[in-house]
Design a protein around this ligand. Structure first.
Ligand code: GRF
Length: 202
């Protein structure tokens, strides 16, 4: 048996990049704004900033080798990742810049318990570089969406959104930076609300 758990919501964070959303979440937890705890941070990229950041802050942080595919994990690799999250008694899987599609092994291990943040107002602009898509489409505004993960690409039920304007002299980089500021507020807010409703499994 693993050691006993507290009654707090336990987060398993998955990311592939620099981890600025994870930083915002960890800061909000440290400030007492989100009543949750980070159980583990996992990345499919061995030298990802998110792992370095997690280690700096004293969290368990591990590389999860993805196997031979580029856009998803190999099924055995994803099953291993799911087992790792279970071992750490994760209640909610939080995707924070995780760049692979989630498939059956993880979806079935955490049904309805995987959330993601996407840099557009879904269903508009799913997929990669959504801020660039919005700018190129001539949209007057864009934003970010926290949503549940299902088997589609950026298709799961929306939990919350935040809108930001697109201004006349914007570049893809300036739009992305404005969206990220909104993300860093929205993701902790959503997690605070989920944590408040959370009851630990008996
Ligand atoms: C964010 O813009 C998020 O919307 C997208 O990936 C990016 C991750 O950035 N899913 P970071 O690693 O949290 O800085």
């Amino acid at each position: 048996m693993n050691s006993s758990r507290t009654s707090k919501l336990r987060l398993g964070i998955l990311g592939s990049g620099k981890g600025s959303n994870f930083r915002a979440i960890a800061d909000a937890i440290a400030a007492g704004l989100v009543d949750a705890e980070v159980a583990i941070v996992l990345s499919d990229v061995e030298d990802a900033g998110i792992l370095a950041l997690a280690r700096e802050r004293g969290y368990a942080a591990e590389y999860a080798p993805p196997g031979r595919f580029r856009t998803k994990m190999e099924p055995e690799a994803e099953a291993r990742l799911a087992r790792r999250l279970k071992e750490e008694k994760v209640d909610l899987v939080v995707l924070a810049g995780y760049m692979r599609m989630i498939k059956a092994p993880l979806l079935e291990a955490f049904p309805g318990r995987i959330i993601n943040i996407h840099p557009s107002l879904l269903p508009a602009f799913p997929g990669l570089a959504a801020w660039k898509q919005a700018l190129e489409a001539g949209a007057a505004s864009t934003g970010c969406t926290v949503h549940f993960i299902d088997s589609g690409m950026d298709t799961g039920p929306v939990i919350a959104q935040a809108e930001v304007p697109i201004l006349p002299h914007d570049t893809p980089e300036s739009v992305h930076a404005r969206i990220q500021e909104a993300e860093h507020r929205l993701y902790p807010e959503v997690l605070a609300a989920i944590a408040k409703e959370f009851r630990p499994p008996s």
